[in-house]
Design a protein around this ligand. Structure first.
Ligand code: FAD
Length: 539
């Protein structure tokens, strides 16, 4: 059987390699429009910053090395132009010679990826994008001409990573984002720390700002600003490359990607599609979704090979687990955000915690903020976000694993996590999330969210700050009385018996103890979830 793979990077090369490992007799042709295959697109921003010093590091495999190992017919600078489904042929152009030819196939795998979105803004052709190694060469070339200032348009993953790396190069960097916050896959209170981290390192951030013009030496914004820009980097999102599929009459899904089933088959079962060009199935809604991430491209590429060989495989629904570094912070997420759950009207319970990465008595512990979203009743994990230093990656991966396994949130407390002081805590942040989830599920704890406090106070709730007087004096919520948790039992009389009470502390732990004391004395009490730290981030 002859398989042609269009696109020789994450998804396409995963299919080709797996196909060969499973079938020594398969005929496999890989067509790649660009000059390189299997390049490390995820490393491109770090090449811009010089963190990856050698260009060759982004090119761990050459067509020759892959062909030698896997006996693949790899043709770089060959573009697939048109699919003839009836004749089962593909029209191909050799971009070096300009020659066009037809190539027959039994199975066709489309893995053409996604291209950067380019908005219709005057002068935008001067902006550079970052998709492949050649793009990185262009950015480095511009830097080599003495660029001192850069404007990065777009505050998503690629925009933020590139802003960081341009800053590391010593450029004056402004990051312009149309939404009200950078990294909008995070909820607002979780996106504050990464923005502050960029600002701390000198990146100027303009949110809620539209770029209206890109003149030769600047970027002009909707609020009349003229931002100096020797270099403009455009990163406002990517769009699936569907031209080939659409022209072939394949079904394009509601999200604008190639529609595939759980065996990666398009509407023509002899044609499969994987990677950024194809839609995935969302883990929560079961609806089609676009998730342009490398792990899924690789995984689905492998599954496509299995499906071609009639192996009994099926892609799982996807949670979109992601991570990125923002200077000294790590930012990670999986599943849905609260913003998305709210927009979809899906019931959810929210948990914020601010634990340390490992036992506080062992040197070097770093703070992190965790957010867990849970479905009331089933206690299913709907999503999670983690922002902080050391150990954020580990916690999001545990949560993503728990989510994939369908572990209810309270059962997080039962996972036996590896522990010694340099690595974690006997009650790991994950264990603590499980405890909180358990308390909320059975009513042992009741919380209010950072954005609900003001309305509760206006409705007559009493606010009790249970921190120390010194902490209280340094800044408290308006109208709050200070009764430190350790004095609460003696000073119960100061808490009005008939009104709802909201207790709070810095992160929510002392507040929980105080809430249990007051509940034990018959009071109607709520603890401020995540304490003042979450509230201040959200304000
Ligand atoms: P691609 O890797 O884009 O490969 C598609 C290839 O198909 C391209 O080389 C293209 O030239 C070729 N092609 C297209 N049309 C044709 C045609 N008609 N004929 C022949 N060839 C064609 N993901 C993560 O999970 N983590 C990260 O940290 C991360 N960082 C990233 C940083 C950057 C700067 C970029 C650009 C992406 C990053 N990603 C990251 C996303 C990840 O790289 C993609 O999800 C993944 O590469 C998608 O694989 P793919 O095979 O679908 O497409």
């Amino acid at each position: 059987m002859k398989t042609i793979v269009v696109g020789g990077v994450a998804g396409g090369m995963s299919t080709a390699a797996r196909l060969r490992r499973l079938d020594e007799s398969a005929e496999i042709v890989v067509l790649e429009r660009g000059p390189h295959v299997s390049y490390a697109n995820c490393g491109l921003p770090y090449r811009v910053g010089g963190v990856i010093a050698e260009r060759e590091a982004l090119l761990p495999h050459s067509p020759a090395s892959l062909s030698a190992r896997l006996a693949l017919d790899i043709r770089v600078r060959h573009e697939a132009l048109a699919v003839d489904r009836e004749a089962r042929t593909l029209l191909v152009r050799d971009l070096t010679t300009g020659e066009e030819y037809e190539e027959g196939w039994d199975r066709l795998v489309l893995a053409p990826g996604a291209r950067p979105v380019v908005p219709d803004v005057p002068g935008v052709e001067r902006a550079l994008t970052l998709r492949d190694v050649t793009d990185t060469d262009r950015v480095l070339e511009r830097l080599g001409t003495g660029a001192r200032t850069a404007v990065v348009i777009g505050g998503g993953f690629i925009g933020v990573e590139t802003a960081e790396n341009l800053r590391l190069r010593g450029l004056g960097v402004t990051l312009v984002e149309l939404a009200d916050r950078i990294l909008p896959h995070l909820d607002p209170e979780m996106a504050v720390a990464p923005a502050a981290e960029l600002a701390r390192h000198g990146v100027v951030i303009r949110t809620g700002t539209k770029v209206v013009r890109v003149p030769p030496d600047a970027v002009e914004t909707s609020d009349g600003e003229r931002l100096p820009a020797d270099l403009v980097l455009l990163a406002v999102g990517v769009r699936p490359e569907i031209d080939l599929a659409r022209a072939a009459g394949l079904v394009i899904g509601p999200r604008g990607g190639i529609a595939v089933d759980e065996r990666m088959r398009t509407s023509d079962p002899r044609i499969l599609a994987v990677g950024d060009a194809a839609e995935k199935r969302d883990a929560l809604s079961g609806e089609p979704v676009l998730i342009p991430l490398a792990n899924l491209a690789n995984r689905h590429g492998r599954l496509a090979a299995d499906a071609i060989l009639d192996r009994p495989v099926a892609a799982r629904p996807c949670a979109g687990t992601s991570i990125l570094r923002v200077l000294d912070l790590t930012v990670a997420a999986c599943g849905w955000s609260e913003t998305r759950l709210r927009a979809a009207g899906r019931p959810h319970r929210v948990i914020h915690t601010h634990p340390a990465s490992h036992a506080g008595y062992y040197p070097g512990a770093e703070p992190m903020s965790l957010k867990l979203l849970v479905e009331p009743g089933s206690e299913r994990i709907l999503g999670a976000q983690a922002v902080g230093g050391e150990g954020v990656d580990k916690r999001i991966d545990v949560l993503a694993t728990a989510m994939a396994a369908g572990l209810p949130a309270p059962r997080l407390a039962d996972i036996e996590l590896a522990y010694a002081p340099p690595y974690g805590a006997a009650r790991d942040p994950i264990t603590m999330l499980g405890h909180i989830a358990e308390n909320l599920a059975d009513g042992t704890a009741r919380t209010v969210q950072w954005h609900e406090v003001d309305a509760a106070r206006e409705a007559g709730a009493t606010l009790v700050d249970v921190r120390t007087p010194a902490e209280y004096a340094a800044g408290a919520l308006p109208g709050a009385v200070n009764i430190p948790v350790d004095e609460l039992r003696e000073r119960l009389g100061e808490v009005p018996p008939d009104s709802r009470v909201i207790v709070y502390c810095r992160v929510g732990a002392r507040g929980h103890v105080a809430a249990r004391i007051l509940a034990g004395h018959g009071r109607d009490v709520r603890n401020l979830d995540g304490g003042l730290l979450t509230r201040r981030a959200g304000e």
